[in-house]
Ligand binder design. Structure first.
Ligand SMILES: Cc1ncc(COP(=O)(O)O)c(C=O)c1O
Length: 330
């Protein structure tokens, strides 16, 4: 269903333990070591320059996704655009702020009037595994800048490209070398098996990040000090991330072959943590068919009204369970 099952790498657990004597309040902005580690990782993984880049740790990325509209002062009368098939928290966050949600993948379909304040993009996408090309992201950024809207790019699956190379909104080909109006949202939950630590960050427009910091400081949205130390260790180590990526790659190959062999069509899924599957029938029929074989998947309708014939299969199961799924589908 999507929660990591592999162990937390030793290098990270050691850093957490070594930082456990933490009687004082942590810095909302992150320690200087964490801020430097985030900037260095963004530079490597997103191909982004770090001059003028704002960075801020978050308590996992879900809380930021849920509270971003509120933190940005978005409210009733404002419009938040979310992908047509999407991680549900984009819509939840807009509703918490009292804003209006529009689901679309094409900004031109919006027409001239709506008061768009925030546009969410998610590449590689959950649940579809779709990768948005740089030119598409660039158009979204240009469109938003012309209207004074913010683009929030949820990039928590960026390191998991399989048959496509995901591009960050912070890369120069998308941002044009300026971070104005863009925020990239990242998470260590999947890259480093840290979902239980709650470790994420946001990077981008320094003025927006400063505003987020100001509100979050007063609201007590602070990453615990031992987790900050663990994040420094995680971000500085690519070896465990590469090992984890290879585990997912192998599981993906087994699952893709097994589901294809059982008559499923795999759509998108060129990156990320999921296979997006259909049998051309109502998703609940597919969920039921698989459940009878002891296989649990997520129904497409959870992610949007147009996804009623799809199911989402996560790569986050042990090798033993993945082999079991293949055997049951054979
Ligand atoms: C697209 C997307 N964004 C954000 C999150 C939140 O992750 P976390 O809060 O663990 O960083 C998830 C979790 O599954 C996700 O799929």
């Amino acid at each position: 269903m999507g929660t990591p099952v592999d162990p937390v790498p030793e290098v990270i657990r050691r850093a957490l333990a070594d930082a456990s004597d933490a009687p004082g309040y942590p810095l909302t902005a992150g320690t200087p070591a964490l801020r430097a580690a985030i900037a260095a990782w963004v530079s490597r993984a997103c191909g982004a320059g770090v001059d003028g880049l704002g960075v801020l740790p978050t308590i996992g990325s879900k809380e930021l996704v849920a509270w971003l509209p509120t933190l940005l002062g978005i409210g009733p009368g404002d419009v938040v655009v979310v992908p047509s098939v999407a991680y549900p928290t984009y819509e939840d966050g807009a509703r918490l702020a009292g804003a209006t949600v529009v689901r679309t993948d094409s900004l031109t379909s919006l027409g001239p009037t709506p008061r768009v304040r925030l546009v969410w993009v998610n590449s590689p996408g959950n649940p579809t595994g779709r990768v948005l090309p740089a030119a598409h992201l660039r158009k979204v950024v240009d469109w938003a800048r012309e209207r004074g809207a913010v683009v929030a790019s949820d990039e928590c699956y960026l390191p998991l490209g399989w048959s496509a190379d995901p591009v960050s909104v912070l890369s120069p080909q998308v941002s044009g070398g300026s971070y104005a109006g863009v925020l990239a949202v990242h998470s260590l939950s999947k890259r480093s098996n840290l979902a239980g630590y709650r470790a994420g960050f946001v990077a981008g427009d320094p003025a927006l990040v400063a505003e987020l910091l100001k509100v979050r400081k007063h609201a007590g949205m602070i990453v615990p000090a031992p987790v900050q130390a663990a994040m420094v260790a995680a971000l500085g180590d690519e070896r465990h991330a590469e090992e984890q990526r290879e585990r997912y790659r192998a599981r993906r190959e087994v699952l893709a072959a097994a589901f294809t062999g059982a008559g499923f069509t795999v759509e998108h899924s060129e990156a990320g943590l999921y296979l997006w599957l259909t049998r051309g029938e109502d998703c609940w029929q597919t969920v039921d068919w698989l459940a009878r074989r002891g296989i649990l998947v997520a129904a497409g309708v959870f992610y949007g009204p147009t996804a009623g014939q799809h199911v989402r299969v996560a790569l986050t199961e042990s090798d033993e369970h993945i082999a079991g799924v293949a055997a049951r589908l054979a």
